[in-house]
Write a protein that binds this ligand. Structure first.
Ligand SMILES: Nc1ncnc2c1ncn2[C@@H]1O[C@H](COP(=O)(O)OP(=O)(O)OP(=O)(O)O)[C@@H](O)[C@H]1O
Length: 286
């Protein structure tokens, strides 16, 4: 089956000024359109550098970045158009939030787009409801929790209705409830047809959330594929300092006579549902 790609890198080389080491080393990868893609890799593997290339903030020293099948142009007008199609949410919301309330911040980008005020108000309301921020529109940003700030930064990007959204560690430092709220928001965004890409260190989250995985190591793409393909074996992952998700680790520790050689379940619920009949338990204690 021919896949349509939202974003592709073709042999991209990049090093930061005054550094010898390459941050991206002949990076070649493709992100399927409409996917939920997780970008995995240890600290310094090139995830943020990849994202900065995707929005044209950084430019390859050689190789190509393609969005929607077209090579990026770095002319000012085309870069502005690119940034309406591709939104980047930074790991630290303080880098993104510039005004004093969520409503002001979320509407900021739209004001520059020539949209009239009633349409701006409508779009903001819709996005803030989607991200469970409706009650917080006028609260001073400095009084928001980290989870609320992260969702506000995401709302500001979403208000521009990009077709591709890149999030740098959207759930880092969030408690389970805030993480759930963030993931619900991302689910709603994905359901609207947006391609969603997140860089994360959380293998368990990547395994249950993503339908496409990219593994970076030293600025190279070491693996790309479905979660089942990527997490089918531990050797390759461990060789680059990553670990299997807990559910996959447990599943592959069970004897093949029990698992039937099937790939590991991706949620705890599915794990229990599959294990229960296998163990022929009358009373579930799982
Ligand atoms: N502004 C910069 N100047 C010089 N080198 C940089 C700069 N930003 C990143 N690097 C280097 O580029 C490489 C890739 O870094 P990058 O931030 O893209 O990795 P990352 O996978 O996002 O890491 P992390 O998981 O820690 O966020 C690293 O070797 C890093 O030290």
């Amino acid at each position: 089956m021919d896949m349509e790609y939202s974003l592709a890198f073709d042999g991209v080389m990049f090093h930061y000024p005054d550094t010898k080491e390459l941050a991206l080393h002949e990076l070649t990868l493709s992100i399927p359109k409409g996917s939920k893609t997780a970008v995995l890799g240890h600290n310094g593997s090139g995830k943020s550098t990849l994202f900065l290339h995707a929005v044209g903030i950084l430019r390859p020293q050689s190789g190509k970045v393609l969005q929607g099948g077209k090579e990026l142009s770095y002319a000012k007008k085309e870069l502005a158009a690119l940034r309406r199609r591709v939104g980047l949410v930074f790991q630290d919301p303080e880098q993104q939030l510039i005004l004093s309330t969520p409503l002001e911040d979320v509407s900021f980008g739209l004001r520059g787009s020539g949209m009239d005020e009633p349409a701006i108000a409508g779009r903001c309301r819709e996005v803030m409801e989607l991200l469970n921020l409706a009650e917080l529109g006028h609260k001073p940003i400095h009084q928001l929790s980290l989870g609320q700030k992260k969702r506000t930064a995401l709302a500001g990007v979403m208000a521009m209705e990009p077709e591709l959204i890149l999030l740098d560690e959207p759930t880092s430092y969030l408690d389970p409830l805030s993480e759930l709220q963030m993931l619900k928001g991302l689910e709603a965004i994905h359901a609207k047809g947006t391609t969603v890409v997140m860089a994360t260190h959380d293998m368990d989250l990547a395994y249950r959330w993503a339908d496409w995985i990219i593994v970076l190591d030293h600025g190279m793409c070491r693996a790309e594929g479905t979660p089942e393909e990527i997490f089918a074996g531990r050797e390759k992952l461990e060789a680059i300092g990553l670990r299997l998700p807990l559910l996959a680790d447990l599943w592959y520790s069970l004897p093949a006579s029990l698992t039937g050689g099937q790939s590991a379940p991706r949620t705890a619920g599915e794990f229990k549902a599959r294990l229960h009949p296998l163990l022929k338990l009358e009373h579930s204690y799982l």
